[in-house]
Design a protein around this ligand. Sequence first.
Ligand SMILES: Cc1ncc(C[n+]2csc(CCOP(=O)(O)OP(=O)(O)O)c2C)c(N)n1
Ligand code: SF4
Length: 312
Amino acid sequence: MVRKPADYQSDVWVDWCPGCGNFGILASIYRALSELDLEPEETIIVSGIGCSGKTPHFIKVNGVHTLHGRAIPFAMGIKLANPKLTVIINCGDGDLLGIGAGHFVALGRRNIDLTIILHDNTVYGLTKGQASPTLKRKLKPKALPKPNIQDAINPIALALASGYTFVARGYSMIVDHLKELIKKAIQHKGAALVDVLQPCVTYDNIHTVEYYKKRIYKLEDSNWNPIVEKPEEREEKIIKAWIKSQEYDEKIPIGVFYQDPYIDSFEERINERINTYLENPPAKQKIEQNGKPIIDDETFRKIFDQYIIKIE
Ligand SMILES: Cc1ncc(C[n+]2csc(CCOP(=O)(O)OP(=O)(O)O)c2C)c(N)n1
Ligand code: SF4
């Protein structure tokens, strides 16, 4: 069955501020899920806390709205329990690169087959516009009494340094392009980052639609080949991508910076040690003590049902 983007829309009211870049990200996700025809039952959106954290409520697939900074370990647990699931993480820059930065790095080292959609708006939106880790030094969006005193993290450079095997940047207002990046990230087998530049119309009066319009260009229009075609060219491609990631002010590239299909995923590494893992992952096994299941399916379902919200 082929599903339309609207088939992935839940009935929950989308309460982001009118004009927020999150709408473009949401539209891109609906379209990507539909074009990949992903089974809602086998797709999970995991978020942290923030305006971006509301994303799972608006999508008719399985979803978990976790704690601030903890979406990545939660998603890792889901994926490693059942590697057949498609798991997509949606978080803000504060969430992933502030409180969650250690987990962000750990995901790259492991190369687990997960997709991150980073809502990169340079501020902490939900808590009213404080500087996030992607805000550059000396900038002063309107909620700051004085210019930012800290240097910014560059998510593309950090992902490359941490070992992500798919690293891309999109822009929330170019929905078709972003949709393609999200599709590629989901299809990639390994840790994938899509850093999405996103205007926060309420608190960030610097990174506006006009700001991005003047600067953004597509990597694919500049003769850029991000793909590692053979393992020997990995180092050269990473260095080129890192240098490209420093282009960050007057001109801002979007597109795929780097993709390496040759690094084993964590799931494959586990399977090398436990060769039944991929066939028979933990989620398919009975939890047993002394050879007996500690809980039968019916009791488990009864307990579990108390804690889930069903979106019809
Ligand atoms: C452990 C913890 N610390 C702080 C908070 C308060 N808090 C809620 S959302 C948020 C920041 C959200 O910013 P970001 O992750 O950039 O997401 P955005 O709202 O911009 O999408 C903070 C600090 C919290 N909920 N939990
Ligand atoms: S505060 Fe900013 S990020 Fe949050 S919904 Fe409003 S515009 Fe969007």
